[in-house]
Design a protein around this ligand. Sequence first.
Ligand SMILES: Cc1ncc(COP(=O)(O)O)c(C=O)c1O
Length: 371
Amino acid sequence: MPEQYFGSLLGRVASATDGVSLIDLGRGNPETGPPAHVTDTLVQAAARADVHGYAPFRGLPELRAALAARYGETYGVTLDATDEVAILPGTKTAIVELCLVLAEDGQTVVLPDPYYPDYPSGPALAGADVAYVPLAPGNGWRPDFSRAPTDNVAAVYLNYPSNPAAVTAPEGTFENAIAYARATGAAVVHDFAYGDLVFDGREPRSFLATPGAKDVGVELFSMSKSYGMAGWRVGFVVGNAEIVERINLLNDHCRVGIFRPIQEACIAALAGPQDSVAERRDTYQRRRDRVLEVLEPLLGPLTCEGTFYIWIKLPEGVTFETLLTEHRVVVAPGEGFGPSGAGHARLSLAVDDETLELGLERLASAFDAAR
Ligand SMILES: Cc1ncc(COP(=O)(O)O)c(C=O)c1O
């Protein structure tokens, strides 16, 4: 197995410092939890006597129905709650395990570059090769499928709004992905973990709203970022019924359903008032504005259309280590995000305002000194 990026990042930070007065902008861990009606549902459900046995293998039908209804209302996508929705313990699990059900030994899995650092783990476990579809600012961050392989490709992973590039899907991206899948036989896996966190009045855009998407692929929806429930470990694989069945079958072998009170609280989150989702999005947009105000004069124009990250090119002479040891600010080093990541860093907005201000002060002084 390759090194696990986030695990080793925490180790690097711990060994380089005593942790005192360190400002951490390296982690994408939502800083606030879900609204009270969600935690109240969990507490009340956990106090019942009948919830502590094994939950149904494929989850509560009511939870699958709530997710399907949410997809209809928010993204205009119709899902069959029985055949087109699988419940998993977090989309990270789905990211890794989908490779096990899609790729045979020696097949290729195509990843975007830059990518979310957990993506190479699936191909490694499946014995699959990795190839890249480059994304570049010069090309509007549009995946260049003409540079992706066409033989023996099991799957192509995409992620919009994207971690780390923080862009939404450029026009034509999903259509091109479907055409590539049809031409090669690859499955499309669209990671929609930040789907609701889009700024400047943009509408969230599901891959499954594109005609033909369900014929070739699935989308991953997470409770973690929309609702601040990262620690709860609930995510969904939705779309193509055959792929949903495969991931369900793998799950039937590996685990039993998620603790019922957690599922009931997820229903409360998905079916209840959605103002917390909008508040979260507005908070990250406000912080995004603040980061751009401070850093653009030093680094030049930055892009952030959604998520809670900002992807920056580090000035000459500034590295993860110099930021950590000389300026006591942690960023996520770009190398872990794929071949194009060297010399870059990802900043997180998922910290409180005070931490962000202190981090910005330190980054600004580091970047200013490098000019
Ligand atoms: C792009 C992306 N996909 C998936 C995940 C994993 O989310 P989950 O908590 O649902 O496992 C993350 C977490 O940071 C992410 O950034």
